[in-house]
Design a protein around this ligand. Structure first.
Ligand SMILES: [Cu+2]
Length: 280
């Protein structure tokens, strides 16, 4: 009797789509408009077609296939598989084993100067899926740098880094409110998770209005796990997961606590701002 019960349970799990599976992302070049600027861009995409925002990866996956649709090779890294990088030639692909990650949000990115400057970086999210889970990839951009790299050049390491655009999920405010993964919509008592990965080169600090959030993961500030905070530092490359359990209704902003990062090419308000919309 027991084996039959087990096989029925397994069949139910498979039917519900909980079985681990493989996912494929394409690395695709293109261009985007941001706050009046035009930028060359590279994104991890759901299909071979270019998309404005990097596709994020979530769920219990066994493996991840990455296809290089760019014209040059990329060196990929993933914090889930630290110490290893994968060189992927144009037109080639690589398969990463991302099984058994537990509750963790990881970063997947191209460590090449071209990949970093053009924004080929996203998050791989595992676990914490018993509640709605929002995803915020932070980044900042110097449009001129993107064109230098797109044309095959390289950056002057002695030049000052002065980004003009600041984004959540590759969009700047107010367009962040049109992105269902940036704009948090919930109700009093209905907790949500938010994974935040800083894909840029600048450290950021996010300020939550209206609520404190519980720190579940902080890859660069591990001692803060368990703290309840309204100000959350996210260093360059850092991965943070917080839980928001709203105790009051209202619409409150979350924003980068650095004045330049809440502008679009110098104009306020813009950049890294989104909202928490909490119904009664
Ligand atoms: Cu504030």
């Amino acid at each position: 009797m027991l084996p039959r019960l087990i096989s029925m349970a397994t069949a139910a799990l498979l039917a519900n789509g909980f079985c681990a599976q493989s996912d494929t992302l394409w690395m695709v070049p293109g261009g985007v408009g941001l706050g009046g600027d035009t930028l060359a861009a590279l994104r991890f995409c759901d299909t071979p077609q270019f998309q404005v925002s990097n596709e994020t990866i979530d769920g219990a996956l066994s493996s991840l296939v990455l296809v290089n649709g760019d014209s040059v090779a990329h060196e990929l890294a993933c914090t889930a598989l630290e110490g290893t990088t994968w060189s992927v030639a144009p037109g080639a692909s690589v398969e990463l084993d991302v099984s058994g990650l537990g509750n963790a949000t990881h970063r997947l990115w191209s460590v090449t100067e071209r990949g970093q400057t053009l924004g080929l970086s996203t998050m791989v999210r595992s676990g914490w899926d018993d509640l709605p889970h929002y995803e915020w990839n932070l980044n900042e951009w110097d449009p001129e740098e993107t064109w230098v790299l797109a044309e095959g050049g390289s950056l002057d390491p002695s030049a000052a880094y002065v980004p003009r655009q600041f984004t959540i999920n590759d969009l700047n405010f107010p367009n962040t409110l049109a992105d269902s993964s940036s704009y948090v919509q919930t109700s009093v008592g209905a907790a949500v998770y938010i994974s935040i990965v800083n894909q840029g080169r600048m450290d950021q600090v996010l300020h939550f209005h209206g609520y404190h959030v519980d720190m579940l993961q902080s890859s660069a500030h591990g001692n803060r796990v368990g703290w309840s905070k309204d100000t959350v530092p996210v260093k360059a490359g850092e991965r943070v997961v917080v839980r928001l359990d709203p105790n009051q209704s209202g619409e409150y902003p979350v924003h980068a606590h650095n004045l330049v990062a809440v502008t679009n090419a110098g104009f306020y308000p813009g950049g890294m701002i989104t909202y928490l919309n909490v119904a009664p």
